[in-house]
Design a protein around this ligand. Sequence first.
Ligand code: ATP
Length: 224
Amino acid sequence: MCAKKRIALYGGTFDPVHVGHLEIARRVSELFEIERVLFIPAQTAPHKIGRLVTDPLHRFAMLVLATQDDPKLKISTFEIEAPDRRYTVDTLAHFVNVLGDSSELFFIMGADSWAEISTWRDWQRLLTMVNHIVVTRPGYRVEGPPSMSDRVKDIRSQPIPAKLDDCRSDTSVFLTDVVMNDVSATQIRSLANQRRFEELEKLVSTPVAQYIEKYGIYQESNED
Ligand code: ATP
């Protein structure tokens, strides 16, 4: 018997967390029979140049509000409490160390992140450390580096739950289309900046919409 409980790590800026992120966490959990999804907000995203990322305290608070009713969804402060910026490879090493013996780990990313994976620090090593789940996103083709093709398992349009061999020794990169949602945090920041709160309320959970309005988040645009 080599089945371990499955935990997904979901890194991102979450500025703010939106319905797309939540749908991904829930659907991916069903697909892979994952017990817990750990959102890991980044201190700043190394690749997000051109705007200031909102204070981690606000991004954390919005994650708390968005996940409070779902016991499966939790938040890690590992990156935001670090004294310096953590790269994904460092974060994965930490969680492999802490959880790897008792759990099988999966890292979730969208097709846009996957398309630029070869720009991430130590990306080849990072892809072998845990399993990865790449979720389709409108406007992005699911294309990764050709050198990785032997690790990639395309399970698009397969039934839920996915049938995975419990005793796999190698990690894989799974491509899934269980979510196809074109919401983005950029869109939400823009709506908040224009005070279009009715439209914004459809793209984030209700307490997050209230928080954005109450604290005036995104009122000052700092986008390019
Ligand atoms: P921004 O608009 O600021 O770039 P975002 O909406 O992409 O933000 P992030 O916090 O950067 O949100 O996303 C965290 C992770 O979730 C990334 O891997 C991203 O690809 C993925 N993701 C976000 N939204 C979606 C979506 N609608 N469909 C698929 N993946 C998504």
